[in-house]
Design a protein around this ligand. Sequence first.
Ligand code: HEM
Length: 308
Amino acid sequence: MAPISQPVVVPPSEAAVVLVLTLREGDDQPVLEAIADLTGVIRAVAFRYPDAQTTCVAGIGSAAWDRLFPGKPKPNGLHPFIELDGGTHVAPSTPGDLVLHVRGKRFDLCFELADKLLERLDGLVDVADRLQGFRYFDERDLLGFVDGTESPSGDEALQTVTITDDPPFDGGSYLITQRYLHDLTAWNGLTVEQQEAAIGRHKLDDIEIPDAKKAANSHVVLNSITDADGNDLKIVRENMPFGTVGEEYGTYFIGYASDPAVIERMLHNMFIGDPVGTHDRILDFSTAVTGSLFYIPTVDFLDDPKLA
Ligand code: HEM
C-alpha cells in the first residue's frame, strides 16, 4: 500500500501556528511515544469542526533524527540548515529538533491544536521559535505585495513536495522555515516603483513585470530557477505574516519541497547572489533571524516512529 502523506498541501488557510521545538536531554522512549500520539491529538481537535479545515504537519530535524534513530537509515536530504553568509546579509542556522505547522481557517482552533500538541510534549521539549501568523488582506505580506501567486497548487503542488526516490522515506517531504523581520520604515521610504523593482511584480494588481524589464536583483528573478534541461524548479510556499502592531512586522517563510536542495539554491541566490554579489533586494529590508530544516515523515511513520 502507498504510504499516506501528511497534509502538506491544503486549501488556503487564514491562520497558522508554527512551533519549532528542541528536545530536552533525557530518555528517548517518551519522545517516541509522544510523536506516536500526535495524529490522535490532531484528530481530536480537527474532527469537531470540519469546516475549519484545521490541519497539522509534524517534522523532525537532523540532530533529533540522529538521536532518536541512531544507526538507522536517514532521509537523503536531512541535514542541519546550512548558514549562508553573503557578506551583506546572513541566513543564520538555528536549532530545531521538531516542528509543528498548524493551519486552518480559524485562529482559535489553530491555537487550541498547537496548545494541545505542546501539552502532549510537555517536559520533553522547549520552544525555540513560535509563530502565530495571520493571513493579511488580499493574500499580501506586510511589505504590501501579494505573496504566493506562483506557488503551485493541486496536483502540481503534491508532485512538488512529495519524495518519490528515497525508500523508505517516499511519501514524505522537506520543510525549511525562516523568520524574517521587516524594516518597514525603510521599505516605505521607497517609491512604489522601487518596491516593485525589488519584488519583480506590480504592487496593486500583482501582475508580473516583463522579463526584459525585471531587475537582476529582484526577488522573482533570483527565485526563478531551472534544472539542467530548462525545466522550472518549484517549491510550495506557505509564508505567513506576523507582527505586533507598532512594534514588529515580519514574514515567516515556510517552504516545502521533495528535495531541500531546490530551496537551498533559491536561498543561495538570495543571500550570495546569482551572479555572486547580486543579493536579493528584499533582504535590504528583511532580516532572517532563524533558519531550520526538517524531514516531514508519512502519517504511517508518525503513528509508529521506528525503522527496520
Ligand atoms: C515569490 C515575498 C522569502 C521563494 C514571491 C513574491 C512575493 C514574495 C511577494 C511574488 C508573488 C509570488 O509568486 O508569490 C517574499 C517575502 C519573503 C520571501 C516577503 C521573506 C521576507 C522567500 C524565500 C524563498 C522564496 C526565503 C526561497 C527560499 C520565492 C519563489 C517565488 C517567490 C520561488 C516565485 C518566483 C516565480 O516563479 O515567480 N515571494 N518571499 N521567497 N518567492 Fe518569496
